[in-house]
Design a protein around this ligand. Structure first.
Ligand code: ADP
Length: 292
């Protein structure tokens, strides 16, 4: 029963149908986690914080169009990377290594402010496309230890999902009990939330077609690994850990840690039109599909 205090029967009349249809009181629906790589929206080649608006706008349109169709059946959590909004300031200040001087306190605050700025841009585009994109600053909920996520309070994100919005988290500098501060990357937030929110599916949109046998930007011999299933799980896992000659480096290394979660996941190329939209709609098996 919903008890709304006071004698505001008109408010009750307005609210109760909404609450019943899928608002505040709805059960949490199956959750899709979509990660938008920083490489897509703020390419690392830039010399100052720069957004690729053309790509961002197209991606947000795709998300908006898919969200309209799934919103009554599924919850969506979006996490975006920092791209050049994070890498440039980290390289300049060394803030990812912790607080080593009083000046680093300013760097810590400025790094967070920059990430918020990118998040404002991303959520603005999503809201324009009718996605109730709710900025979610993970560093307000997280504690790190030696650069790894130690604790993340889920109370607020759980309630936001029940309320019916789309939390949009992002890579941030967060407090670290060992070194003062470290970077909580979008790629680290993904498996943490996927496991604890019991997500049904993870979609990683990045700037290459999926997981290859070697970085495709470095070798023409790279071959796309299309499918990871129960059958080839152990051989692929062994391969990805190096012993069979598969070379996964950088950001892709963190993404393939999804294997140990055993959640359905897709690693797709967000630079290609409609792949993100179709992945949210469950329409296509593009890129690397992990189905265990
Ligand atoms: P994002 O910012 O989209 O999360 P990252 O730069 O963190 O992307 O990770 C994607 C990058 O990982 C690709 O651009 C690619 O150059 C690199 N990479 C390294 N090894 C591999 C691999 N085996 N397969 C695919 N990509 C790889």
């Amino acid at each position: 029963m919903v008890v709304i205090p006071g004698n505001h029967s008109y408010i009750c009349d307005l609210l109760v149908p909404y609450l019943k249809i899928g608002g505040i009181l709805s059960m949490t629906k199956p959750i899709i986690i979509l990660k938008i790589g920083g490489s897509l929206i703020a390419p690392k080649t830039a010399k100052k914080p720069t957004v690729d608006f053309k790509t961002l706008k197209r991606i947000c349109m795709e998300i908006g169009s898919a969200y309209k169709k799934i919103k009554n059946k599924k919850n969506l959590v979006i996490i975006h990377g920092a791209g050049n909004f994070g890498h440039l300031i980290a390289a300049r200040t060394g803030i990812h290594r912790g607080i080593k001087s009083e000046k680093n306190l300013i760097d810590f605050a400025e790094t967070q402010r920059l990430q918020n700025q990118l998040n404002v841009i991303v959520t603005k585009e999503l809201i324009k496309n009718d996605v109730p994109a709710f900025p979610f600053q993970s560093s307000g909920h997280a504690v790190m230890e030696k650069g790894r996520l130690k604790k993340f309070s889920l109370a607020a994100i759980n309630q936001l999902l029940k309320t019916g919005v789309v939390p949009v988290a992002y890579g941030v500098p967060a407090c670290d009990i060992h070194q003062g501060c470290s970077i909580l990357s979008g790629d680290e937030i993904v498996p943490y939330l996927a496991k604890r929110l019991k997500a049904k599916e993870i979609i990683h949109a990045t700037d290459v077609d999926g997981v290859f046998t070697i970085d495709p930007k470095k070798s023409r011999k790279a071959r796309l690994i299309r499918m990871i299933t129960r059958k080839n799980f152990y051989s692929v896992k062994k391969a990805l850990s190096g012993s069979l000659g598969v070379d996964v480096t950088g950001g892709m290394k963190e993404k393939v840690s999804l294997l140990s979660l055993r959640v359905r996941a897709q690693i797709i190329n967000g630079k290609k039109n409609n792949l993100i939209k179709n992945a949210i709609l469950g329409k296509s098996k593009q890129g690397t599909v992990i189905e265990l």
